[in-house]
Design a protein around this ligand. Sequence first.
Ligand code: NAD
Length: 250
Amino acid sequence: MRLEGRVAFISGGARGMGAAEARMFAREGAMVTIGDVLEEEGRRVAAEIGEAGGQAIFVSLDVTSEAQWNDAITATVERFGGLHVLVNNAGIGGGGNVEQTTEAEWDRTMDINAKGVFLGTKAAIPAMRQSGGGSIINISSQLGIVGVDNSSPQYQASKGAVRLLTKATAIQYAGEGIRANSVHPGPIITPMTEAGRADQERHDLTISRIPLGRYGEPDDVAYGVLFLASDESSFMTGSELVIDGGWVAQ
Ligand code: NAD
């Protein structure tokens, strides 16, 4: 198994890609903590992992709170004895151009998508150091690399911030065996893209921008995250794994 004996924390693991990663990690032998604001869904995913023979717990976490991050990491270390992998996956989407965007909308997205990754990284590093090293995987987006007309300024700015925060983290902690890489999914079939997929015009526009001609599945991304979490990627840090059906290749 590719994550045998590893302890992994996944923010936003109650549904969507985070839940797919939690399930896949557990199947590969990891002990998994799911941190999310969606308590019922998160507990259900943890219970399903347990029923399938894996090990997982749920902790209530709003990624914008430093105190909650510290509690969540402490609970993980107390339950599983260390921390080797952090997936900063929690995030919110959005649309609208610069003039339509309010300051409050900007702040909320930056708080969750960018500050949340910083706070998670900050909380996890001491526990990873204690555990002898680790792998941090930050979920950015293809929109952290290129711009598009129908996302929002704050979504794209937050995902760009995640991309460079990853590189800063990689350089600052490489000497301690703590790696950090970003993942850049394209459009994926999750609750986040549900409204866009249900609107025929938006759906068709999105598909026209994906050379492979389809939305990705959560597992398409989870396989990449698993690779970065495992020792198979032990010579990778500060890099960008693009899983977008070819979107940014054009
Ligand atoms: P999703 O909406 O299905 O899941 C996101 C999860 O994050 C949810 O469980 C949600 O409750 C949680 N979350 C939101 N705010 C939180 C907070 N303040 N504290 C803790 N948890 C919180 O979305 P998804 O599509 O699975 O997205 C996962 C990640 O992938 C996000 O960072 C998203 O921006 C990114 N992404 C998604 C796509 C896509 O097409 N779906 C593409 C590129 C990047």
